[in-house]
Design a protein around this ligand. Structure first.
Ligand SMILES: [Zn+2]
Length: 231
């Protein structure tokens, strides 16, 4: 038996014993909007599509350095439909999906961070979720809570809580998924934060830090996602 074969067998035994080793993880990082869809426009002129791409790329680099496999839905300024983002994610055989966004509302005084996820306890009739995503609810919620807590602590933004949501990318996939509304581009204080290059690393550090323990502690087991438990 040559060394390469031995290593292959060794590594597969290792992975069976420790199925949640970081190196086994693959994360899909989704930079919201892009191309003809700029997303929200900040009171300071910042475009959401640029903020999300910048944070997503920094997050990708950090995750990769930590031993994660990372797939990006986009790496430049281009339009990708929501359906294509989910289809891409489903092809990746990944473990986690994180969509990065910045918020906007018709009130410059509203600011803060919120994290959206699909929750089977708050179904929306007109927007049915995939069967897999219903099962993923506790995992998505756990990840959402950890990322939210950490983001508001690190960046000093207001905690606007978790939002059970029927947003497409968090509802139609097959793996634990969250959509992070980092801060409000419509707010003077938040948009200044989003424009601050010294703050952006905070967003990505938090996402990276919080992705790991969640995956290690509470990733769904095979039986959670196997056919026997699908309702
Ligand atoms: Zn957005």
């Amino acid at each position: 038996m040559n060394l390469r074969k031995k290593l292959l067998i060794l590594s597969s035994v290792f992975m069976l014993s420790f199925p949640y080793q970081a190196f086994a993880y693959k994360v899909v990082v989704d930079a919201g909007h892009g191309g003809s869809d700029p997303g929200a426009i900040g009171v300071n002129g910042l475009q959401e599509k640029d903020v999300t791409l910048d944070i997503a790329q920094r997050l990708r680099d950090d995750l990769a350095r930590s031993g994660y496999e990372v797939a990006m839905t986009r790496t430049d300024d281009r339009y990708i439909s929501l359906a294509d983002r989910v289809a891409f994610t489903n092809q990746q055989n990944a473990d986690l999906f994180v969509s990065v966004h910045a918020n906007s509302i018709n009130n410059s005084k509203t600011n803060g961070t919120m994290v959206l996820y699909y929750d089977k306890d708050y179904p929306q009739e007109d927007y049915p979720a995939s069967e897999e995503m219903k099962i993923m609810t506790p995992y998505s919620k756990d990840l959402a809570q950890k990322v939210l807590n950490s983001l508001v602590t690190a960046a000093g933004t207001k905690n606007l809580g978790l939002v059970p949501s029927a947003v497409y990318v968090a509802r139609m996939g097959k793996i634990p998924s969250i959509l992070v509304e980092t801060a409000f581009l419509s707010s003077y204080t938040d948009s200044a934060l989003l424009a601050d290059p010294s703050i952006r690393p905070l967003w990505r550090n938090t996402l990276r830090k919080e992705s790991k323990p969640t995956l290690l502690l509470s990733s769904p087991t095979r039986s959670d996602i196997g056919p026997g438990k699908r309702s």
